[in-house]
Design a protein around this ligand. Structure first.
Ligand SMILES: Nc1nc2c(ncn2[C@@H]2O[C@H](COP(=O)(O)OP(=O)(O)OP(=O)(O)O)[C@@H](O)[C@H]2O)c(=O)[nH]1
Ligand SMILES: [Mg+2]
Length: 379
C-alpha cells in the first residue's frame, strides 16, 4: 500500500481553504428611503439572528433620525449597517465599493424625485443594480401594474427590471436571491448562497452540483485502480466536499466537525481511517476501489453531509447512515448505467492527472492538490 504524503497539516489546509472561500464578503447594499422595508428585507435574506446584531450597530450611528435616507450595508452579514445623507452617498462614491445595490421602492407610496436621484446615483456607480418594489402583499394586481408603469417611466427601466417583492410575506425573495447571486463575481457566489436563507432550493442545487463534480473527479482518479492507493487520493477530495457542503448551510466545518460527521456514520477516528471504513459500507466493495465505488462513495458522503449539516447536526445518526447507504446504492446504479457520462470532462481530467502522476510528471502532493481543486467547465 502506498503511503500518503497528505498529513494532518495538509488536511487542515484543505479545510482552511474551503473556509476562506466561504468567508468572502459579497458587498450587497440595500438602499432606499424611509420605511421602504430595507431592514425587513435584510432580515428576510440573511435571517433574524444576523439582522439583530446589525441593528445594534445601526443604533450607534448618531443623528440617524434626522436622515430620511438610509443604506443597510450587508456586505458582512452580522455587522455594519449605516445611515448616510443623500449627499454623502452621491458624492463620496459609496456605491462604488459595492458589488450589488438593491434600490428598494416603497410599493405603497409614489416614486419620489429623491428616488429618481438615488437611481441615477446607483447608475453612475460601478455597482450592479436591482430595483425592487417592496410591500407587494399590500398591492392589488391593478396597483402593481400602475406602479410598474410609473417606475418604468420615471426611472427609465424595462418592465422585467422591476421586481415586486414582499419582505413580509416572502413573495419573490427566491428570485431576488437568484438575481443577486448572478450579479456577484463568480468567486463570491457560493459564499452568498451559503449566507442567505431566502432561497433554500438554490443551496440544494449548488450542493448537488458540487457533490456530483467531486464524485466525477473521484471516479476519474480511480479508473485505473491500484490496490489501496485510490482511497488516499479520494479522501482529500471528499474532505473538501464535506467542508463546502457544511458552509452552504452556514456551518463552519473544522476538523472536529468533519470528524463528528464521520463518527456519526460509524466510522473511526482520523480522516483516513474513517474514509477506509466508510468505503466498506458500499455494496460491492472489494479490495480495490473501482471507479464506480469511488463515485458512489463520494455522492453518498455528500448527501449524508447535506442532510446532517442542514439539520444543524440534529439528525438521528441512524438516519444519516441510512442516507449514506441508500444514496450509495442509487449512485452505484447510476454510474453502472451512465458511467462517466455524467461529467465526462471532469472524469477525463482526473484520469489524465492520475496518468501524469504515474509517469512521474506530477508529484503526489501536486496530484492531490490538483484533484482537490479540479472544477468543471475549463475544457
Ligand atoms: N405589508 C408589508 N409591510 C412591510 C413589508 N416590509 C416592511 N414592512 C413594514 O414597513 C415598515 C418599515 O420597515 P423597515 O424594514 O423598518 O423599513 P426601513 O426601510 O428599514 O426603514 P428605515 O430604516 O426607518 O428607513 C415596518 O413597519 C415593516 O413591518 C412588506 O413586505 N409588507
Ligand atoms: Mg431600517
Amino acid at each position: 500500500m502506498l503511503p500518503s504524503t497528505l498529513d494532518d497539516a495538509a488536511l487542515e489546509e484543505i479545510l482552511a481553504s474551503v473556509r476562506r472561500r466561504f468567508s468572502l464578503k459579497p458587498k450587497v447594499a440595500i438602499a432606499g428611503f424611509g420605511k421602504a422595508g430595507k431592514s425587513s428585507l435584510f432580515n428576510a435574506i440573511y435571517g433574524e439572528a444576523v439582522a439583530a446584531v446589525s441593528m445594534k450597530t445601526d443604533q450607534t450611528t448618531e443623528a440617524q433620525t434626522l436622515e430620511r435616507f438610509g443604506i443597510d450595508f450587508t456586505d458582512t452579514p452580522g455587522m455594519g449597517t449605516g445611515r448616510f445623507s443623500f449627499e454623502q452617498v452621491a458624492e463620496t462614491g459609496v456605491f462604488d465599493g459595492q458589488h450589488v445595490v438593491l434600490h428598494v421602492l416603497n410599493g405603497v407610496s409614489a416614486i419620489s424625485a429623491e428616488d429618481e436621484r438615488l437611481h441615477a446615483a446607483i447608475e453612475r456607480s460601478k455597482a450592479r443594480r436591482i430595483t425592487l418594489v417592496n410591500k407587494a402583499d399590500l398591492l392589488e394586481e391593478r396597483e402593481r401594474a400602475e406602479f410598474a408603469e410609473s417606475a418604468c417611466e420615471r426611472l427609465g427601466l424595462g418592465r422585467q427590471e422591476v421586481l415586486f417583492v414582499s419582505a413580509k410575506r416572502g413573495d419573490n425573495l427566491p428570485e431576488l436571491v437568484q438575481r443577486i447571486a448572478e450579479l456577484l463575481p463568480e468567486a463570491m457566489q457560493d459564499a452568498f448562497i451559503g449566507q442567505q436563507i431566502a432561497n433554500l432550493q438554490l443551496k440544494e442545487r449548488r450542493v448537488r452540483a458540487l457533490v456530483y463534480a467531486k464524485a466525477a473527479v473521484s471516479a476519474g482518479v480511480a479508473l485505473a485502480p491500484l490496490p489501496g492507493a485510490d482511497i488516499f487520493f479520494i479522501t482529500p477530495i471528499q474532505l473538501a466536499m464535506v467542508a463546502a457542503v457544511g458552509h452552504f448551510h452556514g456551518v463552519e466545518v473544522d476538523r472536529t466537525r468533519a470528524l463528528e460527521l464521520l463518527a456519526t456514520m460509524g466510522a473511526g477516528v482520523g480522516f483516513r481511517e474513517s474514509a477506509r471504513q466508510l468505503v466498506k459500507l458500499i455494496p460491492g466493495y472489494g479490495s480495490v476501489v473501482s471507479a464506480g465505488i469511488a463515485f458512489a462513495g463520494t455522492v453518498a458522503l455528500g448527501e449524508a453531509a447535506n442532510a446532517w449539516f442542514k439539520s444543524r447536526m440534529k439528525l438521528d445518526p441512524a438516519v444519516v447512515r441510512e442516507v449514506f447507504k441508500d444514496t450509495a446504492e442509487r449512485a452505484r446504479r447510476e454510474f453502472a448505467e451512465r458511467g462517466e457520462a455524467s461529467s465526462p470532462s471532469l472524469v477525463r481530467k482526473a484520469e489524465a492527472l492520475r496518468a501524469g502522476f504515474e509517469k512521474g510528471e506530477l508529484s503526489r502532493e501536486e496530484l492531490e492538490r490538483l484533484l482537490v481543486i479540479a472544477e468543471d467547465g475549463e475544457d
